[in-house]
Write a protein that binds this ligand. Sequence first.
Ligand code: NAD
Ligand code: DAU
Length: 356
Amino acid sequence: MRKIKNILVTGGAGFIGSNFIHYLFNDTEFDGRIINADKLTYAGNLENLTEINKKHEGKRYFFEKADICDYNAIELLFRKYDIDTVIHFAAESHVDRSIHGPRDFIETNINGTFCLLENARAFWGDRDDVLFHHISTDEVFGSLGETGFFYETTPYDPRSPYSASKASSDHLVRAYNHTYNLPVTLSNCSNNYGPYQFPEKLIPVMILNIKEKKPLPVYGDGRNIRDWLYVNDHNSAAWAIINKGKTGETYNIGGENEWENIKLVNSLCEKVARFLKKDTDYYKKLITFVKDRPGHDRRYAINCDRIKSELGWKQSVDFDAGLDRTIEWYLNNQRWIDNVRSGEYKKWMEKNYSKR
Ligand code: NAD
Ligand code: DAU
């Protein structure tokens, strides 16, 4: 197995990236250095890493405020820390935002990935003991009907500015492997949930609105389907790929756990009511069907047989327990929620969602 000494985590202050850093410290034997490069957009929050920062900053953990689109800044990091592995999470990640304003998505997701690849190529030359792991999404495959699954071989058919920008970045990563022999691996994962997820995504929006007795906005007819995976299961899969994956290859990651949005929202009402010892029916009455997301993909479903059979990975958190854990986290972390809401996020939400 390749010895990893210095891993660059891009977007390590975001939802999945910060959980990944916790995962490395708490759930793996990894003993090298972790360099977290994040621009701290509205979605980047260093509070996600308070404990890690206290214990490890300056020893095994280093935070660097950096924009992945800034070639010189990234070059400096490769040199300063002698980076041998990259796990690339940094992105604009929210589909609704990409519909309202696609520019940042093109800039960060495409140009930012290009800039990282150029740096990796320049710094690593023809080394083969290094690796660039690219984190991507199942949304690149488009939308499914009532049956069928996305496989690693499914042709790309992205349908939102977000998914088109991620598809573009995937193509660039593969092109660098094919053309320059840059050692890369890729993963395409389904919907994640868990602690530290920015409260603009379905599950935290619903938990917080239920708690605050606000309307629960369900897009369209509520029958769109997503496949849900606990965030640490995504991270254990990415870590398995980094350590055991085949260079140049792509692995699908998913929960094998499909839910219609409306069923999930009903279930969240029941669960949160149980936690708060309140009446479920009161919360269910808050469900409000709102105007659909333009171009809303109907169904995502992942086939992840490959990573299971080739790398021995499997999901470890069942949905019931994962949702309970997540609800408890949101109910017990009011300060985090207040801080997140008082920032840029609030201004953006007010501007874009006040008329709903
Ligand atoms: P997030 O929005 O919570 O976090 C993104 C992070 O990237 C933030 O910390 C932000 O500050 C940082 N960032 C944004 N632009 C940057 C730039 N130009 N330079 C440096 N840092 C920048 O996103 P997330 O949900 O944690 O997603 C992480 C990755 O996983 C993304 O690549 C996303 O496409 C992918 N993904 C997400 C999901 C999901 O369900 N959330 C599922 C599959 C794949
Ligand atoms: O599939 C992986 C993708 O999952 C990731 O690549 C994205 O980064 C991540 O944001 C997520 O995208 P979705 O668009 O599926 O997630 P979101 O939480 O925005 O929406 C989930 C579903 O819930 C979707 O069908 C839209 C619907 N929805 C969402 C919100 C925020 C609602 O009905 N109401 C809402 O308020």
